[in-house]
Write a protein that binds this ligand. Structure first.
Ligand code: NAD
Length: 476
């Protein structure tokens, strides 16, 4: 059984839960301990106990620890990628890519530990110096979703530690294996006992205990908008610092002047890869009338050719859906789309592969209206909706007509349209002739409206959330 990591020790939980491979339901990836609220509070106490020592560590100490973690992750990319693919279901190349990203993030923040910004403000009074410095926030509770089981724990844990905070990580209960492997690497990195803790278990138990405990100074959450709303209320009641990344209903606009091949490939990549289980996936493809029929037919053809299969099989392009509940949700949305009058061009069915798993065909709906529920609610599966638009202005209005605002893309050969879209798209990230999904770790990640709350993650902007500013007046 894989245990929790608390106060520098491996600790058994009050129960354990099996982690099943969505590509092959007969395979158990491992047994993982489950914590209750009392054990979570033990981890919070351990993190609090290590605060002073880690906050006083030197930039070199922190950089060395993070560098070691990053190097080990990168050197074990195939093995860790295989574990990730087995527990979450993304294909092996996608999973290895995610592991590489996690390792690179630790190396990036190893360097950032050396670059904590500060300033000396010009004096307003003679003989008085004004210094603005950044300090750790304290103990950070990290709550992560199942779709990036290693990269998201990495992109929250690395900056937290780099800037001198201590951590209690609660990964998604569906995929504890990658987070456990990350914790095991961190456990040998030279961190003081208690500076990093892993507690596995249910959101309503472990997550809730983290949210309610006044010793947790800050909460970084990634997950659904619905869970996020509840978290925001609980965190606000005790004035905890909060950062949240949530869902998306990302538009990709295809204009008449687009390169057809680029538009089709960009759509396929952004919509169906990683089984559509990305918060940045393009799910509303808004297409100008002049190119609509040609684009729909070319996209349908390429969608039919996608090979769905076991995540570890070399020929698979699209892995299974991650869980039975997610598969059922996807199929329910397909049924709803048909009832709402969208035209089902391809897919929408559960299928069999060489092993029994949660496989479904990539699904393409055409002739959708942006008011349909399949165009308004996050499906979080391999389902694309094509929405026709009269012209660019209507396409832009449709793109912005959503309660989310994470990523927005456009395929066009017009520099003027691309520039206009970049300025007027109501999203945190804009892509021109690039998929809406697939962003780098050295730049900020996040959105607007119902997609994000609080400061940005990743890149140099991560310092905003994981530090607190102090202004000091010093007279000799
Ligand atoms: P979820 O909201 O169901 O769960 C996310 C995490 O919150 C899990 O660890 C869960 O155990 C925990 N949780 C659940 N209830 C809780 C509670 N009451 N208190 C504290 N914690 C609780 O989301 P999910 O199904 O794991 O992930 C899919 C969602 O995540 C999608 O909406 C997707 O768009 C979003 N997501 C967003 C980003 C982003 O950066 N914007 C990235 C990846 C995924």
């Amino acid at each position: 059984m894989h245990k929790h990591f608390i106060g520098g020790e491996w600790v058994a939980g009050h129960s354990a839960s099996p982690n099943t491979n969505p590509s092959d339901l007969s395979e158990v990836v491992g047994e993982y301990a489950q914590a209750d609220a009392a054990l979570t509070r033990q981890a919070i106490a351990a993190a609090n106990g290590a605060r002073a020592i880690w906050a006083r560590s030197t930039a070199q100490d922190r950089a060395d620890v993070l560098e070691r973690i990053g190097i080990e992750i990168l050197s074990r990319r195939e093995e860790l990628g295989t574990l990730l693919a087995r527990e979450e279901g993304k294909t092996l190349p996608e999973a290895v890519g995610e592991v590489v990203r996690a390792g690179s993030i630790f190396k990036f923040f190893a360097a950032e530990a050396m670059r904590v910004p500060g300033e000396l403000a010009p004096p307003m009074r003679r003989g008085v110096e004004v210094a603005v410095t950044r300090e750790p926030v304290g103990t950070v509770g990290i709550i992560t979703p199942w779709n990036f089981p290693m990269a998201i724990p990495a992109w929250k844990t690395a900056p937290a530690l780099a800037f001198g905070n201590t951590v209690v990580l609660k990964p998604a209960d569906l995929v504890p294996g990658s987070a456990w492997a990350l914790a095991e690497i961190i456990s040998r990195s030279g961190l003081p006992a208690g500076a990093f803790n892993l507690v596995m278990g249910r959101g309503s138990v472990v997550g809730q205990a983290l949210l309610e405990d006044a010793r947790v100074d800050a909460i970084s959450f990634t997950g659904s908008e619905q869970t996020g709303r509840g978290i925001a209320i609980t965190a606000a009641q005790r004035l905890a610092k909060l950062q949240m990344e949530m869902g998306g209903k990302n538009p990709l606009v295809v204009l008449d002047d687009a390169n057809l091949e680029v538009a089709v490939e960009t759509t396929l990549q952004g919509t169906f890869y990683q089984t559509g289980q990305r918060c940045t996936a393009s799910s509303r493809i808004i297409v100008e009338r002049g190119i609509y029929a040609r684009f729909r037919d070319a996209l349908a053809q390429r969608t039919r050719e996608l090979r769905v299969g076991h995540a570890l099989h070399p020929s698979s392009q699209i892995g299974p859906v991650a869980s039975a509940a997610q598969l059922q949700q996807n199929l329910d949305y397909v049924r709803l789309g048909c009832e709402e009058g969208a035209h089902l061009v391809h897919g929408g069915e559960r299928i069999r592969a060489s092993t029994e798993g949660y496989y479904m065909t990539p699904t393409l709906f055409a002739d959708c209206d942006n008011g349909m529920r399949i165009c308004r609610e996050e499906i979080f599966g391999p389902v694309a909706t094509l929405v026709p638009a009269r012209d660019y202005e209507e396409a832009l209005a449709l793109a912005n007509d959503t309660r989310f605002g994470l990523s927005a893309g456009i395929c066009t050969t017009s520099l003027a349209r691309a520039m206009d879209f970049r300025q007027r798209a109501e999203a945190g990230m804009v892509m021109v002739n690039c998929p809406t999904a697939g962003v780098d770790y050295h730049v900020p990640f996040g959105g607007r409206k119902g997609s994000s709350y609080g400061p940005r993650e990743q890149g140099r902007h991560a310092v905003e959330f994981y530090t607190t500013v102090k202004t000091a007046y010093i007279a000799a």
